[in-house]
Design a protein around this ligand. Structure first.
Ligand code: SF4
Ligand code: SF4
Length: 474
């Protein structure tokens, strides 16, 4: 772009658009390509289209673009999701893994898991890998997240790995909590393991109806006991999957989790990667209604009590707007984190861009147990590459959507299953649009801190080399 360009929206000038955020006197000005934005008073529109503003913007534009491109294409994996077993003791209808795998799949041995961890550690801490990453320093520890199926069905193997590799990795575990008990919680917290627990409703009847084992029994009592036992543990969160069955119970869920002093929760729409999820997908308008009501409730309770319950998937959208490097999750950007920030390894060693792909064989990108394969070869595999080079600029209507770099048109695994193509917009397009409008309203009203985890500012500063962009308010 020519720095002498003095006009927006014509010739070589930057392409600005305005979006309505539901406020009478303010709109958002966005330059979509760089994700630059500014909240402006409606009567200041002539000012931002002035020659001075355009010149100043043009002076900054190239560096904003470079930073955005680095965030989108310049990172390398620092984490691996590992399914230590394919099997699960639960049979949730919306699971992203095929039923046969959950019933009859494999379980890793100690030897296998240790071999994988050794190999993965060597690769993720290699010098050429670290220098590309924001936290590239000698204290860098890659992250391993034991995921499912139900990783605690392989508790012996998982715990032994945590004990033996705690100096090399930071660990996390995502569990249905049915097998958690006092001793396992003590072990996990003693080793500083991040713990995510799944719970879909505040009341026992609904929770046990939505998530149940092969004999149709839920684990509500044990889940609540575990939540109580984990009170005050900082690396703990609860994940709620939104479906037709609980969409109207999100406010109650927030009240319940807040009453238990949970600090971080996620209210994630069900992924439709398997048919079961697609069949119980909630109506999008209802999702918008109840999700925003749940956000309002979390704000109200915070103001009333001083205890903050962060809805992390929304906080991630908000952080992605305020400072792209403040993101903790990598679904809301295109290409998404699958294959770029992390990879997933199934119980037989197969490598995929993300756990969400484990049931889709076309995206198999190698096997970590084979000498010829590694994370590096997997990243260069055409299947993985198709995800890491997925370009939102080639998707209709995302390519002209002003909020495309806050949305990301997730999730490619879900889209591959539902539409047979990853070059299509998100199945939750309207839902994410409304979250982004809600986020901008908060920023315009100066309320964003109440929705973000407390350390977000420091974390953003740590990784500021990716982007120095500090969006302005007029
Ligand atoms: S999925 Fe929808 S909101 Fe997201 S970038 Fe595409 S058009 Fe925009
Ligand atoms: S968008 Fe889907 S494939 Fe990408 S990181 Fe998120 S869950 Fe995984």
């Amino acid at each position: 772009m020519n720095n002498d360009t003095c006009y927006a929206n014509t010739g070589h000038g930057p392409l600005f658009s305005f979006i309505d955020i539901g406020l009478k006197d303010k709109v958002v000005l966005i330059e979509a390509e760089t994700a630059f934005w500014s909240i402006i008073k409606v009567d200041a529109v002539p000012e931002v289209l002035s020659k001075d503003f355009i010149k100043n913007f043009n002076n900054e534009r190239q560096s904003l673009l470079t930073e955005m491109n680095h965030l989108r294409f310049g990172l390398k994996p620092t984490a691996v999701y590992i399914n230590p077993t394919d099997r699960c003791n639960f049979n949730c209808s919306y699971c992203y893994l095929p039923e046969d795998l959950r019933k009859n799949g494999e379980k890793m041995t100690n030897e296998t898991l240790f071999k994988i961890l050794d190999k993965v550690h060597g690769e993720l801490t290699a010098k050429e890998n670290q220098k590309e990453n924001p936290k590239g320093n000698s204290n860098f520890k890659p992250q391993i997240i034991f995921h499912g199926s139900e990783p605690l069905l392989a508790q012996d193997v998982v715990f032994s790995a945590i004990e033996n590799f705690s100096s090399k990795f930071r660990f996390g575990i995502q569990t249905n909590a049915s097998l958690l008990n006092e001793r396992s919680i003590e072990f996990l917290t003693k080793h500083g393991v991040g713990i995510g627990i799944s719970l879909d409703a505040a009341d026992e009847e609904s929770a046990n109806d939505i998530r149940k084992n092969w004999e149709s029994h839920g684990a509500y009592d044990n889940i609540v006991k575990s939540i109580d036992a984990l009170k005050g543990y900082p690396a703990f969160n609860v994940i709620t999957t939104i479906t037709q069955k609980n969409v109207n119970k999100l406010v109650e869920m927030v009240e319940f989790l807040h009453s238990k002093r949970v600090g971080i929760a996620m209210l994630n729409p069900v992924r439709c990667t398997q048919k079961g999820g697609d069949q119980i997908k909630a109506d999008e308008q209802l999702m918008i209604k109840y999700f925003t009501a749940a956000l309002d409730k979390s704000y109200e309770l915070y103001k009333k009590t001083g205890h903050k319950l962060v809805i992390a998937n929304f906080a991630n959208v908000l952080a992605g707007i305020i400072a792209p490097t403040g993101r903790r999750l990598m679904c809301d950007i295109s290409p998404c984190g699958g294959g770029r920030c992390f990879v997933a390894i199934a119980a037989n060693g197969d490598i995929f861009p993300c756990s969400e792909f484990i049931g889709i064989r076309e995206y198999l990108s190698g096997n970590i147990l084979q000498d010829k394969d590694s994370i590096a070869t997997a990243i260069n595999h055409p299947a993985m590459k198709s995800i890491t080079t997925r370009s939102i600029e080639k998707i209709d209507p995302c390519k002209t959507c002003s909020i495309r770099h806050f949305c990301g048109a997730a999730c490619p695994a879900e889209l591959a299953s539902v539409h047979g193509s990853i070059s299509v917009p998100s199945i939750y397009c309207k839902f994410i649009e409304e979250q982004i409008r809600y986020a901008f309203r908060l920023i315009a009203n100066g309320e964003e801190d109440a929705f973000l985890w407390n350390s977000w500012k420091e974390e953003t500063e740590e990784t500021l080399f990716i982007t120095g962009q500090v969006p302005g308010k007029f």
